[in-house]
Design a protein around this ligand. Structure first.
Ligand code: FEO
Ligand code: CA
Ligand code: CA
Length: 581
């Protein structure tokens, strides 16, 4: 595949209304292209197949569906190359009614054949793709030895305290050490040693069955399973009995972890690092404490769920990559308790400590991690308004958390860090770790915090933004955060708002223009913008466009056919490259 050029911004802005957006002069001149789309083959040996008739083996050789997290890792490893590297993408969930012709939104999953269900299993997970920039822009390197798909059926190891646990054992895996597949891969992160962390955000849409008599019914409810959808959203339980909780009651415990993948080693078995806890992992952003220990920030993206932090026991070794291989298996997981006085206390989830004992239903540390949410409940963690982006600013060490909203919050459950009832527009928190003298101490027990932005889509105003912010500079339901190499913050939104649009905004966090948010672009109709990711020189920004046209009834009636705009063909989740210079 050669990169598919998209001629202009007009291609990106697929709705007439978007033509009204004046490009911000501050962004300078840039070009853009579609780098890779759902269904593009990673190997030249992949047989030519109609996109809407992919069989499981075809999907496994192609870029997956619904790219969320993306990152660029330079090649060779350790270099700062900005024209050659690996693109790693998460593929969160399938949208069967836009993947297969003749399937409608209302007929899923009943209308899906077993083969189509199997195709959805091969369309989630991760992709690793070697990419190069030449005179014509970026292109993928077909047949690269690095190209790889990890799917809903790839063998993945468990490591850390819950590996091999009684509650992790199933009839197909009596040892509880290996699971087939990963799904609902949402956001993620990159470790200092260049591996990728992929957040499994949930399984309640994927697994199913009659759970009313499941031995862990209460735990399933705490993990937001719903006993009214026995088929699962995508028909997986009917296709493979391991996804039927009545048959395999421990299978749910084998998802909602953080997966570590080494994209530089195509033979490396991916690992679910159980020490990082089990919940609806959004992302997993790493930084270092002054003593070199690795700190991972992780949000549990659900209304009233919590913000977590993991600190490794050992320090990162910058001189020996192999020495960091299992660093994430030993350390302490903590949960955030926000106080009204502007401090946040990190309470550790350690078996035997405080309420985390046998008397409260925990047999060992593995059990604490399998039941992370129950353990955090007992510690009095602060229920948040859907924690999504959660990332340290590399320039200042301040940690930012986007809360995308919580319309179910009642007046009685408002707290200082989530100060509004019926919060439909979301907000941004800023956490400040103490200065150790050698830099911000991300491993400290107590931080300070403040509300930085309160978004408000009803008034089209919001507090905390720079007064010169234009109308289209305000955003709502903030989701992904990243920082470009020059230190500016980029935020993607995710959620309906009065304008019905999601997009990508840029702002400084310091100086006289701090929080002067500027719209960079709006997503195609029905799509969410994810990322962005940057080359080390900042001259290319990659943006993932997830679930374009998702609300369409079917391919026939698609509300957008972005990015190819071919009559009768489905829209395609794709990664865009935006190039300056
Ligand atoms: Fe996958 Fe929380 O967004
Ligand atoms: Ca998200
Ligand atoms: Ca989201």
């Amino acid at each position: 595949l050669a990169a598919v050029a998209v001629a202009s911004v007009a291609g990106m802005r697929s709705r007439a209304a978007l033509g009204a957006i004046t490009p911000e002069p501050d962004f300078g001149s840039y070009k853009q292209q579609v780098l890779i789309r759902w269904g593009d083959p990673l190997w030249s040996t992949a047989p030519a197949v109609e996109l809407t008739a992919l069989k499981p083996q075809d999907a496994a050789q192609r870029f997956g569906y619904n790219n969320d997290f993306i990152t660029f890792l330079p090649l060779p490893y350790g270099s700062t190359s900005s024209d050659h590297g690996l693109l790693v993408a998460n593929h969160e969930y399938p949208v069967p009614h836009l993947m297969f012709k003749g399937v409608t939104r209302d007929s899923v999953p009943q209308a899906l054949t077993d083969e189509q269900v199997a195709t959805t299993l091969e369309s989630v997970g991760l992709s690793v793709v070697e990419i190069k920039r030449g005179d014509a822009g970026w292109a993928i390197v077909e047949d690269s030895k690095f190209n790889r798909r990890v799917t809903g059926t790839t063998p993945i190891k468990f490591s850390g305290p819950a590996a091999g646990h009684l509650k992790m054992q199933t009839s197909a895996d009596l040892s509880g050490h290996t699971v087939l597949g990963t799904h609902d891969n949402c956001n993620g992160g990159v470790t200092p040693w260049g591996t990728v962390l992929s957040g499994e955000e949930g399984s309640q849409d994927f697994l199913g069955g009659d759970i009313s008599s499941a031995p862990d019914y209460d735990l399933l409810m705490r993990y937001h399973y719903d006993d009214s959808t026995p088929t699962g959203k995508y028909g997986w339980p009917g296709y493979d009995k391991r996804f039927d909780i009545a048959t395999e009651p421990n299978e749910p415990n084998r998802f909602e972890w953080v997966v570590e993948l080494d994209p530089y080693d195509p033979a490396a078995v991916p690992v679910k690092r159980t020490a990082l806890g089990r919940f609806a992992h959004e992302g997993a952003h790493c930084t270092l404490a002054p003593d070199g220990r690795v700190v991972v920030y992780m949000g549990d993206d659900w209304e009233f769920e919590y913000c977590y932090r993991f600190v490794t026991d050992r320090a990162y070794n910058p001189d020996n990559r192999i020495a960091n291989k299992d660093l994430l298996d030993e350390g302490v997981l903590s949960v955030a308790c926000f106080s009204e006085d502007g401090t946040v206390l990190w309470k550790s989830l350690v078996y035997g400590k405080g309420p985390l004992t046998a008397a409260n239903g925990f047999a060992d540390q593995g059990d604490v991690l399998i039941q992370t949410r129950r353990a955090a409940d007992l510690l009095g963690a602060t229920p948040m308004d859907s924690p999504e982006g959660y990332m340290p600013d590399p320039s200042t060490g301040k940690v930012y958390i986007t809360l995308s909203g919580n319309e179910d919050r009642a007046e009685a459950t408002v707290n200082a860090a989530n100060p509004r009832a019926m919060n439909k527009s979301g907000h941004l928190l800023e956490l400040t770790p103490p200065d150790s003298g050698a830099g911000p101490d991300h491993a400290a027990t107590m931080f300070e915090w403040q509300v930085r932005l309160l978004c408000d889509e009803d008034t089209m105003k919001a507090s905390g933004f720079h007064p010169a912010t234009k109308t289209n500079g305000y955003f709502y339901a903030p989701d992904n955060i990243n920082f470009d190499p020059e230190g500016a913050m980029w935020i993607c939104s995710d959620g309906p708002n009065v304008r019905g649009e999601d997009g990508l905004w840029k702002m400084e966090t310091r100086g006289e223009n701090a929080w002067l948010s500027q719209l960079f672009f709006l997503s195609p109709q029905g799509a969410e913008c994810c990322g962005p990711a940057f080359t080390p020189d900042g001259k290319t920004m990659f943006v993932a466009i997830q679930h374009p046209g998702q609300d369409s009834a079917s391919i026939k009636d698609a509300i957008t056919r972005w990015p190819d705009f071919v009559d009768g063909e489905p829209p395609r989740p794709s990664v865009i490259a935006v190039m300056w210079e």
